[in-house]
Ligand binder design. Structure first.
Ligand SMILES: [Zn+2]
Ligand SMILES: [Zn+2]
Length: 331
């Protein structure tokens, strides 16, 4: 298993985060935000395999590229079509769904779900392609925590103050279970294909190992060690105060990377707070407080000329040494 992340978009333009969760035979693709042009470098087939789309909030610079996503997936039936966002997302997304002529799709059964993340629950609303997305069908509420839980990963959300709710997200691999080779040798057991059964089969399965019949559960207790999975956090468009820092720190525990906005230069800290955005040193403060490995700065203002961008990066390393711009960015 591993967790791989790519920043989409460009410096000074809209950005998004695409995470790949590699889990044995399965590969999950999870997209966070979808600003203008963010999907431009991705093949049609790749966009059509995105499993989940999470919006931080629905300001134009985070949803401007949604049509490219919807163009690939509007009639998709091979995967669930689910979009997550803060309260109010269903109303805005319904407008996006309805922004096209749908006179040739009445035979298609595709459904879309918008999952709004409220403080105490997830409110779900469904829309149907063969109804031209005209009706909003309320569905059963879902739990707020865990927000999303799959066999290979989980996603948690934290509500941030952007003069509206902006949702930060943490995507976390399930704990990894590996065979401890020294334990194998200590018991005189020879490695073989039976080890795969130990990792994957139900605990009550009985298998034969070196002439002895043992349950998978017993072998797991003897041989497996569990390590935490990797995690990546995505935080954008919010103001930082002491209470927010306190709330974020435990949530970000164990993240190998924090992908975080820095819309303003350090010199513009007052303006950043007034407009509910961050500076690079504030992003670095969060990364250091939470012990995050790498801070990846995104969402640079287009008001900052390219030759001044290194100054933004220079603001943060004194606080968080492992601060970078995305390696995926086109310069
Ligand atoms: Zn915003
Ligand atoms: Zn923004």
């Amino acid at each position: 298993m591993s967790l791989e992340y790519h920043i989409l978009g460009a410096a000074g333009r809209d950005n998004a985060l695409l995470v790949y969760v590699h889990g044995g035979d399965a590969l999950a693709r999870v997209l966070f935000d979808c600003g203008d042009g963010c999907l431009a470098g991705l093949p049609f087939a790749e966009i059509s395999r995105i499993d989940e789309l999470f919006f931080s909030h629905l300001h134009m610079d985070h949803i401007g590229g949604f049509d490219a996503f919807f163009r690939c997936n509007y009639d998709r039936t091979l995967r669930p079509n689910r979009i997550w966002g803060p309260p109010g997302s269903a109303r805005i997304l319904q407008h996006r769904f309805q922004g096209f002529l749908w006179n040739l799709t009445d035979a298609k059964s595709t459904a879309w779900e918008v999952a709004e993340v409220h403080p105490d629950r997830v409110a779900r609303t469904r829309f149907r392609l063969n109804e031209h997305f005209a009706a909003a069908h309320p569905a059963n509420d879902g739990p707020r925590a865990p927000l999303l839980s799959t066999p290979h990963y989980t996603v948690e959300a934290v509500a941030l103050d952007h003069l509206t709710v902006s949702l930060g997200y943490i995507i976390r691999e399930r704990p990894r279970r590996n065979i401890e080779v020294s334990r194998l040798a200590a018991r005189g057991l020879k490695p073989g294909s039976w080890l795969r059964t130990v990792k994957e089969a139900p605990a009550e399965t009985v298998i034969d190992v070196d002439g002895k019949s043992l349950t998978v559960g017993a072998l797991r207790a003897l041989l497996l060690v569990e390590q935490p999975g990797e995690a990546v956090a995505y935080l954008t468009d919010f103001r930082l105060d002491a209470a927010t820092l306190d709330a974020l720190t435990p949530q970000l525990y164990g993240c190998k990377a924090l992908v975080c906005e820095c819309a303003y230069r350090a010199a513009d800290a007052e303006l950043a707070t007034r407009n509910a955005h961050l500076t690079a040193p504030q992003a670095a403060e969060i990364a250091v407080a939470a012990g995050v490995g790498t801070l990846v700065l995104i969402h640079l203002s287009d008001r900052c000329p390219p030759d001044e961008r290194p100054e933004i990066l220079a603001d943060a390393p004194a606080i968080c040494p492992h601060t970078v711009f995305p390696r995926d960015w086109k310069r």
